[in-house]
Design a protein around this ligand. Structure first.
Ligand SMILES: [Fe+2]
Length: 340
């Protein structure tokens, strides 16, 4: 039951970008929901799986994945590539990823713009990159090679971050845009991560969203975060926040219909609650696409115009924060889950 809905004449065609089809709205495939998904086949357009959870030859993980694949589109999202690390991704990891890709045949494979390994240690975290010329050269060369090796479109995701580097020579959006164009890869565009980083670092999230190559966005992530006053933690443990819905509407306005996924990785609620969030995403997405169609019908540019805004207002200024209010807990999510 791959759910290809009937074409809706009020919507723009669901075309492919960079060879990646618009799959609609999906959710992350998470262990607590396996049984219900298999028994009830809920209405959702696709599932995203964390690649590392299934890079094993058989057993229960692969049994569940194969059963879900019989009914739904699947895309693969990785958390261990660490493409910006001092040392290149391990050959063994890439071979195992390629083996899974050959079986699952996802329309694209994603991971993150981050680093996470050095001196033989893998830190299993999505650490932010310094936005330098040298880092661009390193990530472009590796991304091209990895995309060729895997034989499927690679998409890299903007991460949420809590620090920046004095060595950076450009903005994050300039960095990811240049890498995506030069390596000819897709963007996994995480709208919540844009907002989290904009809040933490004090930039205008609309400036970020307007200044990336929209034709390269092959998938969008939406997730909830935790507001800590001085900063926001990217916890994926709640519903999507209102300012993130606004940014999502703007992103679809700019990019057109793009496969969109709800990530809910901590304090995971019943499946019905995650599906409600997916339906909200569908409504926002449909509304933004209809607005594009309307603007085009009136002979206007279908995309919204860039209007600069102030950075998100911090609820507590860092100078007023009580001692020790740093990001000692939480941090980037999307870690691989163990099987129950
Ligand atoms: Fe994400």
């Amino acid at each position: 039951m791959n759910q290809d809905p009937a074409p809706d004449p009020t919507q723009e065609p669901r075309g492919a970008r960079l060879g990646c089809p618009d799959l609609g709205v999906g959710i992350g495939l998470r262990v607590p929901h396996y049984r219900q998904i298999l028994s009830e086949a809920p209405k959702v357009d696709f599932f995203e799986v964390i690649s590392e959870n299934f890079m094993v030859p058989g057993g229960r993980p692969r049994y569940h994945l194969d059963a879900v694949r019989e009914r739904y589109h699947i895309v693969q999202h990785g958390v261990s590539l660490a493409i910006g690390s001092p040392t290149p991704p391990s050959k063994d990891y890439l071979l195992r990823l390629k083996a899974l890709v050959s079986e699952v045949k996802p329309p694209w494979v994603s991971d993150h713009f981050c680093w996470g390994q050095a001196r033989g240690m893998h830190l299993h975290d999505l650490l932010p990159m310094p936005y330098t010329r040298a880092a661009i050269e390193r990530v472009v060369a590796r991304a091209k090679a990895i995309q060729d090796t895997l034989g499927v479109r690679l998409a890299l995701e903007n991460t949420s971050s809590y620090l920046t580097y004095t060595q950076s020579q450009m903005t994050e959006w300039e960095f990811i845009s240049e890498v995506a164009e030069r390596a000819d890869i897709g963007l996994m565009f995480d709208v919540n991560n844009v907002y989290v980083s904009a809040y933490n670092h004090g930039f205008d999230p609309y400036e970020f969203i307007h200044h990336v190559p929209h034709h390269r966005i092959v998938q969008i992530h939406l997730a909830g975060h935790t507001q800590r006053g001085t900063h926001i933690l990217d916890t994926h443990s709640a519903e999507v926040a209102d300012p993130v819905w606004d940014l999502y509407r703007e992103t679809i306005g700019l990019a057109g219909p793009v496969s969109t996924l709800i990530e809910w990785d901590d304090d995971i609620p019943p499946l019905e609650r995650v599906l409600e969030e997916a339906e909200r995403a569908r409504a926002v997405r449909d509304g933004a696409v209809s607005a594009r169609v309307e603007r085009a019908a009136r002979g206007l540019n279908p995309a919204p115009r860039f209007v600069p805004r102030a950075p998100p207002e911090r609820r507590v200024a860092p100078a007023e924060a009580p001692h020790g209010a740093g990001w000692s807990v939480g941090g980037p999510r999307e870690l691989a889950y163990g099987e129950p």
